[in-house]
Structure formats: structure tokens, C-alpha cells
Design a protein around this ligand. Structure first.
Ligand code: NAP
Length: 272
């Protein structure tokens, strides 16, 4: 499963109507190699989508207080009219209060959907920015016309940025949702009931084909060392009706949603 990314036309249209180019600002704490790579990928995709990109780097020893001050005061991203979306690259490291850092992002610019305001809006089904990976999963399901109403959806993983919101979004579309996590007993039997399975565990090849219900739609959100997903693709593909590969499935959708939400934020902030 794959769908095309956001094209440059929408950002260009914002510029045509307002004279302002949508702008995403990223904040990176430290120099974790994976995080550096993710920021680079976002920069490249912004360039292709015609979105301006600003980047702020902070030393790894930054404390939460300093980080919040940096986000709000030094870079002033939340109040800068030239910035429409803000992304704090996470994880930010164990010494940082990540929640406090996220909450420094103005909800109107929270294009990564990490603030409590965004999460609540998603939970209530109100307009707002969704967490990008779950948002990308929903776009994939829609692009492939996967009916969700009345379907049994199983989400393996319950992190705040991925599993939990993915389940809420599926619930919002009338799926019957079950969450699995590290304390779930007999996980295989729950997974076997899934018409739609979302794997968000962070363990390579954790879910095997033998547990996939024939005809199920399988979304593998995992991205593990060696570019391996959470689902054993070869065995699962034999039973699934649709399945996302790793790489090339959910990952590119995450950035596509980030960019789409950046342009959307610009449209709202500029009253387009
Ligand atoms: P996370 O915060 O570590 O959460 C992992 C979840 O899996 C937790 O809820 C955990 O349960 C559950 N889990 C762990 N071991 C389990 C087991 N043996 N049985 C059942 N459940 C188990 O990870 P995350 O941030 O959600 O990321 C999950 C995966 O998605 C990772 O591979 C990550 O790289 C990938 N990811 C991809 C993208 C993308 O753009 N493609 C974006 C974000 C994340 P507990 O809650 O009980 O601990």
C-alpha cells in the first residue's frame, strides 16, 4: 500500500493568495544520529513540497526550562508570524521533560499533533492536528477504500504518539477497537480477530503470518533497526488482502501528513 505525497501546488497556492510561503520549523535537541536523519528527511521533503524550512538546534544538555525558553523566547516560533508549523524532534532525551517541551508549542502550529490540545481535539472528533503517523495510517486506509465501520480493529501498541491515537481515530470511524500492549495475555488470539491490524510495537517481525486473519488489512507502523517492520512481511502478505511494506509504507505517509498539516496551519493562520 502506498499513496502519493503532498505536491507543491497547495503551498504555491497559499503563496499566490497571500505572498507568504508556508514554513515548518523543526527543533532538535542534541545530535542523536536517527533524529538528525529524520530532520534531514523532513527538510528534503519540505523542499519538494515548496514549504520553507527553518531549523533550530539545541545542545543535548539543555534542560526543560531552557528548552521551553528556547522554543518560546529565543526562536519565538510560536508567535513568529513567519512560522506556521513547529515540530520538536523526539525523543528529546531522558533528562528533558518532553511533555513540558511539547506544551510550549502553540496549538495552532502543532502540526505534529503532540500537544494535549491536539490530542483532546482528536479524541472529541473536533478540528485540529492529528499525530502524524496515525494520521498517515488513516489516509492510507482511505486511499485504499478500506471500510472501517463495524470492523474489528486491533492496535498492538499504546504509545501516546502512535498506538493510542491510531485506535482513537479508528474508533472515530466506527471500528470496534481493541488495544494490545506488553501486558496483554494471549496476544496471538486477539490479533487473529483483526479485520484491520495496526502494528506499533517497535519489535522486528513481532507479528507472524500465522496470526493474520485471512483477508485482513495489515498496517505495519514499526520501523526497527535494519529497516525492519513489526510484521513478518513475507508470511503476513500470504494471508492479508492489503499490507504496508517497510520501508515505503507508513513512514513516508508520516512526513506527508506533517507537510499537509503545515500547509493547513498556514492556510488557517493566514485566513486563506
Ligand atoms: P513505544 O513508545 O516504545 O511503544 C511501544 C508499544 O508497544 C507500547 O505500548 C508497548 O506496551 C508495546 N509493546 C512492547 N512490547 C510488547 C509486547 N511484547 N507485546 C505487546 N505489546 C508490546 O514505541 P512507538 O513510539 O509507539 O513506536 C512503535 C514503532 O513504530 C517503532 O518501531 C517506531 O520506530 C515506529 N514508528 C514509526 C513511525 C513512522 O513514521 N513510520 C513513527 C513513529 C514510530 P506498553 O505500553 O505496555 O509498554
Amino acid at each position: 500500500m502506498s499513496v502519493s505525497a503532498l505536491g507543491p501546488a497547495r503551498a504555491a497556492e497559499v503563496f499566490r493568495r497571500t505572498g507568504v510561503t508556508p514554513c515548518l520549523a523543526t527543533v532538535l535537541v542534541g545530535a542523536d544520529p536517527a533524529s538528525v536523519t529524520y530532520v534531514k528527511m523532513k527538510r528534503n521533503r519540505c523542499a519538494k513540497a515548496g514549504i520553507r524550512f527553518r531549523h533550530v538546534e539545541l545542545p543535548a544538555e539543555t534542560t526543560t526550562g531552557e528548552l521551553v525558553a528556547a522554543i518560546t523566547a529565543i526562536t519565538a516560533l510560536s508567535v513568529d508570524p513567519g512560522v506556521h508549523g513547529i515540530l520538536l524532534q523526539h525523543p528529546v532525551g531522558p533528562h528533558i521533560d518532553e511533555r513540558a517541551a511539547f506544551e510550549a508549542i502553540a496549538p495552532a502550529k502543532d502540526v505534529d499533533g503532540v500537544t494535549m490540545a491536539s490530542f483532546a481535539a482528536m479524541g472529541f472528533g473536533l478540528p485540529g492536528f492529528v499525530s502524524c503517523t496515525p494520521g498517515g495510517i488513516m489516509r492510507l486506509l482511505d486511499a485504499y477504500d478500506v471500510g472501517l465501520s463495524g470492523k474489528r480493529a486491533v492496535v498492538v501498541g499504546r504509545s501516546a504518539i502512535l498506538g493510542k491515537p491510531a485506535g482513537l481515530l479508528l474508533l472515530g470511524r466506527d471500528a470496534t477497537v481493541t488495544y494490545c500492549h506488553s501486558r496483554t495475555t494471549d496476544l496471538s488470539s486477539v490479533v487473529r480477530e483483526a479485520d484491520v491490524l495496526v502494528a506499533a510495537v517497535g519489535r522486528p517481525n513481532f507479528i507472524k503470518g500465522q496470526d493474520i486473519k485471512p483477508g485482513a488489512v495489515v498496517i505495519d507502523a514499526g520501523y526497527n533497526a535494519g529497516t525492519t517492520g513489526d510484521v513478518d512481511f513475507a508470511s503476513a502478505a500470504e494471508r492479508a488482502s492489503l499490507i504496508t511494506p517497510v520501508p515505503g509504507g507508513v513512514g513516508p505517509m508520516t512526513i506527508a501528513v506533517l507537510l499537509a498539516q503545515t500547509v493547513e496551519a498556514a492556510e488557517r493562520l493566514l485566513d486563506v
